[in-house]
Design a protein. Structure first.
Lengths: 106, 309
């Protein structure tokens, strides 16, 4: 399990624009490097990030080898209702991680 | 104004062969009498040429006097952290703990703090309790003199002393993820506190050794740390600011590394750039240098874990 750090405001007013920040630890090995005996190091990256808000997809990103290790993704959404925001990272070698955060909308 | 790669201090001592001990035609230039029999014996030289060579000798003497007046230590009130040399984006990344990638290591360190290890089956927390209390200000005091070792040890070494002696576990590999995580977690507890190493009679010889390393010209480039970090910190090197080398943010998340690394890793970077035969990780010489650098940054606020480009 990769270490993640998610920042969602715990409370927001209805209709308010909120910032969501996510950070996940991942090597993001490009596949273009070689080890010290010249053997290629296979690619191992996160390829997709999806965020859903009470089941509705609100943000999606495709990731590529040029993206640095430990990708930080930040975006905005409108606080519509109380509930759960779910984050899912998927990638090479069956990598899959899901985290959730709760938000109360008043 | 012509800008040289090392700015206006371009003609600093490494380029004065006489002082640097390099043998060559220039080495004896200031002493014009020593220009060599080949020149002195040249009968074709007239009075005018002799006049010019005397003038050259005088100029060189004046020049070397100007060069000897090297920049001194940075006055305390002019000291800046590496943070002050960074762009606004990197500063924002350091300031926001949810954007600072080193926070991932701090979280790992927090988990390791609670994990039991070794034959003693003890965790760090079993002896030290809450790190937010017991580790407050600790990183700001390291490297610190260790009586059992008879010399200063850095925080990595201190953690490994605990691991081998208290937990009876194998030491964590230097620059490995776990040691960096524990170090980052411990150092995080000193954020904002002033760097405060103790230079007492026991630590002084090691401190002086570190100071000597900082000012010693060494390696293929015959270069001292001080020539960049004391004398030329207002300048740039390969487009990047030369900083003052105050190690108040270690371990750092260095964007170039895409990873967290220790001060020793950073020192070894500089040292290989100077083309000096490098010291291995954990070498006493590096710890002495760390001690000197932390003293040099005395009173400056700790930023660990910092972000650096």
């Amino acid at each position: 399990m990769a270490r993640t750090l998610i920042n969602v405001p715990p409370k927001a007013k209805k209709g308010e624009v909120i910032a969501i920040k996510t950070l996940i630890s991942h090597e993001m090995e490009t596949g273009y490097r070689h080890d010290n005996v010249g053997k290629p190091i296979p690619r191992d990256i996160i390829t997709q990030f999806v965020c859903t808000y009470n089941g509705l997809e609100i943000f999606r990103a495709d990731l590529f080898p040029a993206i640095a290790a430990n990708p930080f993704i930040s975006f905005f959404t409108v606080a519509t209702a109380s509930g759960t925001i779910e984050f899912k990272w998927t990638g090479d070698n069956g990598f899959s991680q899901t985290e959730t955060a709760n938000i109360t909308v008043e | 104004m012509t800008r040289y790669p090392f700015g206006r201090h371009d003609l600093h001592p490494p380029f004065i062969p006489a002082q640097a001990g390099i043998q060559g035609p220039l080495a004896s230039a200031p002493q014009s009498a020593a220009l060599g029999p080949r020149f002195r014996g040249d009968e074709r030289r007239g009075a005018g040429e002799r006049h010019i060579s005397a003038l050259c000798a005088l100029l060189l003497t004046i020049l070397s006097m100007a060069i000897t007046a090297r920049a001194a230590e940075i006055p305390l009130n002019e000291r800046k952290s590496g943070y002050d040399f960074m762009g606004p984006e990197s500063r924002a990344m350091q300031d926001d703990e949810t954007a600072n990638p080193a926070s991932l290591w701090v979280l790992d360190g927090e988990a390791l703090w609670q994990r039991k290890a070794g034959a003693a089956d003890k965790s760090c927390a079993d002896c030290h309790g809450e790190a937010s209390e017991s580790m407050k200000g600790v990183a700001a005091r390291y490297p610190a003199f260790n009586a059992a070792r008879g010399r200063p040890v850095n925080l990595d070494q201190r953690i490994n002393i605990c691991r081998t002696e208290r937990q009876q576990a194998t030491p964590l590999p230097l620059e490995g993820k776990e040691l960096l995580a524990l170090n980052a977690y411990v150092a995080r507890q000193s954020r904002g506190m002033p760097a405060n190493v103790t230079i007492d009679d026991r630590a002084r010889p090691f401190f002086e050794a570190g100071r000597a390393t900082f000012y010693r010209r060494q390696g293929q480039l015959n270069f001292a740390c001080s020539q960049c970090h004391d004398d030329n910190w207002k300048e740039k090197l390969a487009g990047s600011p030369i900083t003052q080398a105050h190690p108040t943010g270690y371990p750092i998340y260095r964007l170039e590394w895409q990873n967290v690394g220790s001060l020793q890793r950073r020192l070894r970077n500089c040292i290989s750039g100077m083309r000096v035969e490098n010291y291995p990780l954990g070498a006493n010489e590096l710890v002495d240098l760390e001690l000197f650098l932390m003293w040099r940054a005395r009173g400056m606020p700790m930023e660990s874990p910092a972000v650096r480009p």
